[in-house]
Write a protein of this length. Sequence first.
Length: 142
Amino acid sequence: MKIMNSGKKEFLILNSIEEISENSIFTTAICEGRFILMEAFAQSAGIHVRKNLNFSKQAFLLSFQSLQSKPIVAKVKVEIHATCIAASQTTFQYKILAVNEQQNIATATLTISTIAFQNKVEAKQRSQFYRSYYEKLTANRK
């Protein structure tokens, strides 16, 4: 059995948020293997949902509807373009495109859902954590 290790504390995959708007986010990540890439997709969409909801709810991957990917056998820098294509009050569907060296390497459609935090303590802790994570990812934006 191969153990996956992103080399990052707490399995935070994203390196940066390059651009963000109400309907889309452009992130970067270093990925090795399809499962790390899938996690980067989910984290990109998840942080976008959290930001749009002012970090007031927990966001989680509900499902992948599709995934097409070229093999990723070495660590590569990936640009992830995620666009929200459908949304309700609690659920958000994203179309994702991953690019490496100006070549499309993967596409996916996934759904992120949200739930209320369990209590005020969790709300404060998790909201602060994801707000801090977002600020770290956007710190070097031009």
